[in-house]
Design a protein around this ligand. Structure first.
Ligand SMILES: NC(=O)CC[C@H](N)C(=O)O
Length: 729
C-alpha cells in the first residue's frame, strides 16, 4: 500500500530554495509601488481634487461626492498603466478574512462595442449581494443587500490585475457587518477624547492618532507534508500527534539562522509587501521549530489593520509559491509555543508627542502619568471585555501556556512606573507640588528616566505590558483581525479619558487650579485601577486565586467570555462612544457563538474521520502483523515457549486492542454529544455545550491516538509526525 506520508517526505527532501529576483531598485524606491498613495494622488489628480481628498484623509472631513468622479478617473488611469483590468471593493466581514468581488472596468459604449469605465459612484459605494456573510440575524434573506462604502483613509492598491478599494461593509439598515466600520468609529472616539485631555497640557494639539504595530507570528510547513495531514488542511491545526522527542527544549531555534527555503520565502514576501506599502521591518525565527515572525514599523491603526489583513493573504500566496503552507492558527501543534499577534498600541498627537512616553518637562510627565493611568482604568474596567475581544475557538488553545499570556487580563508596568504611581498615590498632595516663582505649580514627581530598564526584559506572561512608550497587548491571536482588539481598546480608553476630563472639569468649575484638579483625579484613579496591575508570574496558581480576589474576570470558557460584550457596562461604553449599538453587539455575539460552534464541529468531524479511516485501520493492521508473529513463534517453539518469547508483542497487541476500543467508543460518544448539541436552538447555549461536552471528549481521544503513535510501527503510520512537520524545510 502506498503511504502518502513517505511520498510526501521524499518530495519535501528534494526541495531547494526558490530563487527570488529582487528588484534592482532600493526598497525605498519600490515601497508603495502598487499603492495609490499621496505621491500618486498628486500626480494623477487635479490640484483642487487632491487638496480636498487630503483634507478628508487628514482631518476626517466629509467626502464630497462631487469629487468622487475625478478621483476615480485618476485611480483608473494609474491602474491601467499598471495593467489593471478589474476593480473590487475590499472589505473585512466577520469571518476573520477579507472579501472581494472583482468587476471588469468594461461597459457598453452604446454603439455595440465596449469602453473601459470606472465612475465615482462605483468607487464610493456598492451593493454586494452578500447574504452569505455572517450577520447574526441583522439581515434577513429577503433584505440581502449590504453596502460597501469606500474608506478614503486607507489607500487603494493593486493586486495582480485588480484595483482593490478598502471599504466598510454595512447592512441595508446601516448596521456594521464588518470590523472596519466600528474600528473607524472607535478611532474617532479616542481621537476626540484624547485631544480634549491633551489640551490641558498642550493647547495647540488638534488631533490624536491611535497607532498599531503588530507582530505576526506564524508557522511554515512543507506543502507536501501539509497535504498528507487532513486535520491541518481542514482545521488549521493538528488534532493529534505525539510530541517530537526534540522540539524547542534547546532554545536553539529562536533568533537562529533562518533556514534557506524560509529565507527565500521571507525575501519574496517582504518585496511584495513593501510594494503594497506594508513597511516590513523585522523577521526572525520564533521559539518553536518551524515558527517565524514578521513585524512592520507601526502605523496609524486603521491602516495597520488593513496591512495586516493584506499581509496574511499575501503570506498564503507566497508560501504556496515556495511550496510551503503558512499556518496562522494560534496553536497548530500541541506542547510547543503557539502563535500570537502582539499588538503594540500607542497614541500620538499631530504635534508629534507620543502620549505614553515621558518627556522633558514636568508637564510632559504629568501628561505621561495621565495617559498611563487612564489606559489602566480602561483596561481595568473592561478587562473581561478585552479578553472577549481576543477570544476564539483557536486562540483558546494558546492562552495560558508557552509564553502566551493567561486568560486573565492584567497589566505589567515594571518597577519604575509602579513606584512612580505608588509615590503619586501616597505622597502628601502638597508635597507633590512646589511653587516655583513664575512657572507656577510644578509637579514634584521623581525623575522619570527616558529608558525603562526593567521593560527591556519583557514579562511574557503579561497580557498587556507597558514597554517604554506604548503598551503591548500580547493576548491577540495570530489569525485574528487586530481590529477586534483595537475596537475595544480604543473605545474603552476613549471612555476613560472622557470620564477623566469630566471630573477634572467639574473640579475646575468649582475653582480648583487645573494641575491640582488633574492630580486629584489621577490619584483617585491610581487607587481605583490598582487591581489590574500585576508584574508577577501570570502562570502561577497563586495569581489565579489573587486575580479572582481582585475581581478580575477569570472566566476560562470562550463562549461564556463573549457574554462580556452584552454587559451593561460594555453596552454603555460602546453606545456612549458611538462605536456599536446594542443591536449590533447582539448580532455580533450571535456570529461569535456560531463561529465557535462550527469550528469545534468541524474539528470533531475531522477527528472522527481520521480515527476511523487512518488510526484504527493502521493500528489493527500492525496488531495483525504482531499476532501473526506470535502465531509463528508458537509454531516454531511450541505454545508455551512461543508465548513466553512473544511477551512484548502480546503486550502491544493488548495495548492496541484497549486503545482502539477506547478511541472507537470515544468517537461514538462524540457523535452522540454532537447530536444532542445540534438540537439546541440558542446559539449561546449550543456553543457552551460544544465547549463543555465536545471539546473535552476530543482531548481524551487524542490522548489514546498519541499513545498509539508511539507503539505502532513507524513504517505503517500514515500521518506525517510532529518531527517531520516541524523540522523538514
Ligand atoms: N517570544 C515570544 O514573544 C513568544 C510569544 C508566543 N509565541 C505567544 O504565543 O505569544
Amino acid at each position: 500500500m502506498a503511504n502518502l506520508r513517505f511520498e510526501a517526505i521524499e518530495e519535501a527532501f528534494k526541495k531547494r530554495p526558490v530563487e527570488v529576483n529582487a528588484p534592482t531598485e532600493r526598497p525605498s524606491e519600490f515601497y508603495g509601488k502598487f499603492v495609490f498613495n499621496r505621491a500618486k494622488m498628486y500626480k494623477y489628480l487635479p490640484a483642487d481634487i487632491y487638496k480636498k481628498l487630503v483634507d478628508v484623509m487628514d482631518n476626517g472631513s466629509r467626502l464630497d461626492r462631487s469629487i468622487a468622479d475625478a478621483v476615480a478617473q485618476g485611480m483608473k488611469k494609474w491602474a491601467e498603466e499598471n495593467g489593471v483590468t478589474h476593480y473590487t471593493h475590499w472589505f473585512q466581514p466577520l469571518t476573520e478574512g477579507t472579501a472581494e468581488k472583482h468587476d471588469a472596468f468594461i461597459e457598453h459604449d452604446g454603439k455595440g462595442g465596449m469602453i473601459e469605465e470606472f465612475s465615482g459612484k462605483l468607487l464610493v459605494q456598492q451593493e454586494p449581494d452578500a447574504s452569505s456573510f455572517p450577520n447574526g440575524g441583522i439581515r434577513n434573506t429577503f433584505e440581502a443587500r449590504g453596502y460597501s462604502a469606500w474608506d478614503p483613509t486607507s489607500p487603494v492598491f493593486i493586486i495582480d490585475d485588480t484595483l482593490c478599494i478598502p471599504t466598510i461593509f454595512i447592512s441595508y439598515t446601516g448596521e456594521a457587518l464588518d470590523y472596519k466600520a466600528p474600528l473607524l468609529k472607535a478611532l474617532r472616539a479616542v481621537n476626540v477624547a484624547a485631544t480634549k485631555v491633551c489640551q490641558y497640557f498642550y493647547p495647540e494639539v488638534k488631533q490624536v492618532t491611535s497607532n498599531l504595530g503588530w507582530e505576526q507570528e506564524y508557522f511554515l510547513v512543507d506543502e507536501d507534508l501539509y497535504f498528507a495531514r487532513p486535520d491541518l488542511m481542514l482545521t488549521g491545526r493538528t488534532l493529534m500527534g505525539h510530541d517530537s522527542a526534540k522540539n524547542q527544549q534547546m532554545d536553539d531555534h529562536y533568533f537562529g539562522t533562518i533556514p534557506e527555503r524560509v529565507q527565500a520565502f521571507m525575501k519574496d514576501l517582504e518585496i511584495q509587501a513593501l510594494e503594497l506599502g506594508i513597511p516590513c521591518k523585522t523577521r526572525h525565527n520564533e521559539v518553536a521549530p518551524g515558527q517565524f515572525e514578521l513585524a512592520p514599523i507601526f502605523e496609524e491603526c486603521n491602516l495597520a489593520v488593513d496591512h495586516n489583513m493584506l499581509l496574511m493573504s499575501l503570506m498564503k500566496k507566497v508560501a504556496h509559491k515556495h511550496s510551503f503552507r503558512v499556518l496562522l492558527h494560534e496553536k497548530p501543534f500541541g506542547g510547543i509555543n503557539g502563535s500570537g499577534k502582539h499588538n503594540n498600541w500607542s497614541l500620538s498627537t499631530d504635534t508629534g508627542v507620543l502620549l505614553h512616553a515621558t518627556g522633558k518637562t514636568s508637564i510632559d510627565n504629568l501628561r505621561f502619568v495621565v495617559f498611563i493611568v487612564e489606559t489602566l482604568m480602561a483596561v481595568y474596567k473592561h478587562n473581561g471585555l478585552l479578553k472577549a475581544s481576543v477570544m476564539s475557538a483557536t486562540n483558546d488553545h494558546r492562552l495560558g501556556a508557552n509564553e502566551a499570556p493567561p486568560a486573565i487580563i492584567s497589566s505589567f508596568l515594571g518597577k519604575q512606573i509602579s513606584d512612580l504611581l505608588d509615590h503619586i498615590e501616597k505622597a502628601d498632595k502638597d508635597d507633590l507640588f512646589a511653587l516655583t516663582g513664575k512657572t507656577g505649580m510644578q509637579l514634584d514627581i521623581p525623575e522619570i528616566p527616558e529608558l525603562f530598564i526593567d521593560n527591556t526584559d519583557r514579562n511574557r506572561t503579561s497580557p498587556f505590558a507597558f514597554t517604554g512608550n506604548r503598551f503591548e497587548f500580547r493576548a491577540v491571536g495570530s489569525e485574528a483581525n487586530c481590529a477586534s482588539a483595537m475596537i475595544v481598546l480604543n473605545a474603552a480608553v476613549a471612555e476613560a479619558l472622557d470620564n477623566f476630563a469630566n471630573r477634572v472639569n467639574a473640579l475646575i468649575a468649582q475653582g480648583e487650579e487645573k494641575n491640582s484638579a488633574i492630580i486629584d483625579v489621577i490619584r483617585e484613579d491610581i487607587k481605583a485601577c490598582k487591581p489590574i496591575r500585576f508584574d508577577g508570574n501570570g502562570y502561577s496558581d497563586e495569581w489565579k486565586v489573587e486575580a479572582a480576589k481582585r475581581g478580575l474576570d477569570c472566566e476560562a470558557s470562550c463562549p461564556v467570555c463573549f457574554d462580556r460584550y452584552l454587559d451593561s457596562d460594555s453596552i454603555k461604553m460602546f453606545e456612549a462612544t458611538h462605536v456599536l449599538s446594542h443591536n449590533e453587539l447582539e448580532a455580533r455575539n450571535e456570529v461569535k457563538w456560531e463561529t465557535y460552534t462550527k469550528k469545534i464541529q468541524i474539528e470533531a468531524r475531522v477527528m472522527g474521520d481520521l480515527a476511523m479511516n487512518h488510526i484504527i485501520p493502521v493500528a489493527t493492521h500492525y496488531q495483525s502483523q504482531l499476532a501473526k508473529n506470535v502465531q509463528n513463534m508458537m509454531d516454531v517453539f511450541g505454545d508455551v515457549e512461543g508465548k513466553q518469547l512473544s511477551e512484548r508483542n502480546i503486550k502491544i497487541i493488548r495495548e492496541i486492542a484497549e486503545r482502539t476500543t477506547l478511541i472507537e467508543s470515544g468517537i461514538e460518544e462524540l457523535v452522540n454529544a454532537r447530536k444532542v448539541a445540534n438540537k439546541i436552538e440558542n446559539q449561546r447555549e449550543r456553543a457552551i455545550t460544544y465547549h463543555n461536552t465536545i471539546a473535552p471528549k476530543m482531548e481524551k481521544i487524542r490522548y489514546q491516538i498519541d499513545k498509539l503513535e508511539l507503539v505502532v510501527s513507524d513504517e505503517l503510520w500514515t500521518l506525517p509526525k510532529y518531527r517531520e512537520l516541524l523540522f523538514i524545510r
